[in-house]
Design a protein around this ligand. Sequence first.
Ligand code: SF4
Length: 162
Amino acid sequence: MRYNLIRKMDISNGPGVRVSIFMQGCEFHCKNCFNPETWDFKEGKEFTEETIEKVLDLSSKDYIVGLSILGGEPMHPVNVEGTTKLAKAFKEKYPNKNIWAWTGFRFENIKDKEVFKYIDVLVDGQYEDELHDPTLKWRGSSNQRVIDVPKTLKDGKITTIE
Ligand code: SF4
């Protein structure tokens, strides 16, 4: 698998100051996607153990409150294994920091994946240009949901935050 970019300090994708990583490859091809350079699975850089170490190192600073995992599509079958390894390693090292992730899949269709043991908040659903609303926080279109993952899994019903 491959990734596109790591940001050392990101204040736009989730609350507070965060480290973020954009995975490479997405098959959804939403109209007016914010990040089409992440679509091609062959672009970007190889995702390795060193990539995970780099993210963990960058996240050690006290002012980093969490990790954001975006794309591309972190939950695509090509990428989900690496996403899971990263999320697991992050939570083991930083149990008090949070993980936010973004996906084009609906949570109901992927909720059984191991990665959701480690993710605190998932913004789900494809970007729909016709439903674009610039006043929304953390999401581009009103069909997308900002989901409290642990509570949703515990209660068996979707719980959104905000
Ligand atoms: S799912 Fe995300 S990365 Fe993929 S095309 Fe849609 S907006 Fe772009």
